[in-house]
Design a protein around this ligand. Structure first.
Ligand code: FES
Length: 232
């Protein structure tokens, strides 16, 4: 077992765990965006950044940094909050302010982070990326303008579904979500929609039908649908 502290709390975790896993196992919240428990962590968004000691505090991604003996982790210093704030602002530079009609509005991880970090305006400017949305597919609408390039959809499709039907195109600032410039051509299993933290991938049939806070949980014997025959 490894001994470390997170925000001054002494904890013990198994060797090989990441800081994020150690924090979650001990009820300490670290925000994240590209991480998803169902797929491999790649440490690309840096929203999970924390300060790590001993030595001068070093910013490190919690989702990919493994715990080590004697490690001291600070999850929410002013420096860390400032780094997260600037990272989210960079994401918002190219993000449309269409939350009121986006199907993910109110349950969007980017929207939550923006509120949590107190971002009222974005003081960066950059050329807008070309709009390359695709609403032609029968079941999945793809809004590239809302994509934060976290790569969850790309990885889950490759790692869990084994299809690689969706991928990144272009590079750097112009990185885009696509499938060979064509409408999505897949089995429409919807796994990519489930893991998308924003409204970049939308279920065409289900959109606007109910927000998560408008639904109630009910008993069901059916194993195939989330609502159940006695859904009210
Ligand atoms: Fe850790 Fe994105 S959640 S880098």
């Amino acid at each position: 077992m490894i001994n470390l502290t997170i925000d001054g709390k002494a904890i013990q975790v198994e060797e090989g765990k990441t800081i994020l896993q150690a924090a979650q196992a001990n009820g300490i919240r670290i925000p994240f965006l590209c991480y998803h428990p169902a797929i491999k962590a790649i440490g690309s968004c840096r929203i999970c950044v924390v300060e790590v000691k001993p030595g001068p505090p070093r910013p490190q991604p919690a989702c990919t940094t493994r715990v080590s003996e004697g490690m001291e982790v600070i999850t929410n210093s002013e420096r860390i909050k400032s780094i997260r704030r600037e990272l989210v602002k960079f994401m918002l530079v190219n993000h449309p302010l269409d939350c009121p009609w986006c199907d993910k509005g109110g349950e969007c991880e980017l929207q939550n982070l923006t509120h949590e970090l107190g971002i009222a305006e974005v003081d960066y400017e950059a050329a807008r990326k070309p709009i390359n949305n695709d609403v032609e597919s029968p079941l999945i609408e793809r809004y590239n303008t809302r994509c934060v390039t976290c790569g969850r959809c790309v990885r889950v499709c490759r790692e869990r579904v084994g299809a690689s039907a969706i991928n990144f195109e272009n590079r750097g600032y112009f990185t885009d979500l696509g499938s060979g410039q064509q409408p999505l051509n897949c089995e429409f299993c919807g796994t990519c929609i489930e893991v998308c933290p924003v409204g970049a991938l939308i279920n065409k049939l289900f959109k606007y039908s109910a927000r998560s806070w408008e639904m109630t949980q009910s008993e069901t014997i059916c194993q195939f649908c989330g609502g159940g025959c006695n859904y009210q």
